[in-house]
Design a protein around this ligand. Structure first.
Ligand SMILES: NC(=O)c1ccc[n+]([C@@H]2O[C@H](COP(=O)([O-])OP(=O)(O)OC[C@H]3O[C@@H](n4cnc5c(N)ncnc54)[C@H](OP(=O)(O)O)[C@@H]3O)[C@@H](O)[C@H]2O)c1
Length: 193
């Protein structure tokens, strides 16, 4: 069993459009509008990976963040919704609101740090975004917690490129076991350390 790590640093050698999520052993990513675990080490990892780059998310994921945590700092927060006028509501304050995922992904690439774009959920958005993405950063949490939202399935085009730790689990301060994994589509080249 390894100790809680410093979060890994990823260095991508080409522009990427990535997805990042945390899931249970059975692929659960959400329950009742939130996540069925508490894992500050994963939040630190998420911040380390996404900070300085645009993030794209569905309206429900945006609403899952407490007011004081949104918009996520040092990142252009792009939120997709099909609700006309939602972008003018107080709820949307601090977000760039668009009504199409394709448009959101282009807008993200024009935003500061847009050489790396991070799709941050949730289930509906990952499912639609995966065809546009070339990288997936997936935290696996060693729990069988139940939920109502699943991670997207990744086809055989996607291959495992590494993990920390390579074997076994990190153990969080609260005892939760987890590992960070890295997947890429096709010939995507990058280094992670
Ligand atoms: N474990 C993780 O890493 C992680 C990460 C993120 C989220 N989550 C969890 O996932 C759950 C939320 O996921 P979810 O699947 O229910 O919702 P979601 O994907 O966050 O948001 C869905 C909403 O996004 C909008 N939307 C989706 N596709 C769109 C498109 N093509 N064009 C325009 N708007 C579009 C719609 O908003 P309107 O209804 O407003 O039209 C839709 O209802 C929560 O439990 C959250 O905590 C977990």
């Amino acid at each position: 069993m390894s100790q809680s790590p410093a979060t890994p640093t990823y260095r991508f050698t080409q522009p990427i459009v990535g997805m990042i999520w945390a899931q249970t052993n059975t692929g659960v990513i959400g329950a009742d509008g939130g996540m069925p675990w508490h894992l500050p080490e994963d939040m630190a990892h998420f911040t380390r990976v996404t900070k300085g780059h645009p993030v794209v998310m569905g309206r429900k994921t945006w609403e899952s963040f407490p007011d004081k945590f949104r918009p996520l700092p040092d990142r252009t927060n792009i939120v997709v919704t099909r609700q006309q006028g939602w972008g003018s509501t107080p709820e949307a304050s601090g977000a760039v609101v668009l009504d199409s995922l394709e448009e959101a992904l282009v807008e993200a690439q024009f935003s500061p740090g847009g050489n790396e774009v991070w799709v941050i959920g949730g289930g509906q958005v990952y499912e639609q975004a995966k065809e546009h993405c070339n990288v997936a950063v997936i935290t696996v949490i060693n729990t069988d917690a139940r939920g109502d939202t699943q991670a997207p399935g990744l086809s055989s085009e996607w291959t495992f490129r590494g993990a920390t730790p390579l074997e076994g689990w990190h153990t969080a301060k609260n005892g939760t076991e987890y590992r960070f994994t890295l997947w890429a589509k096709g010939e995507t080249e990058f280094q992670a350390e």
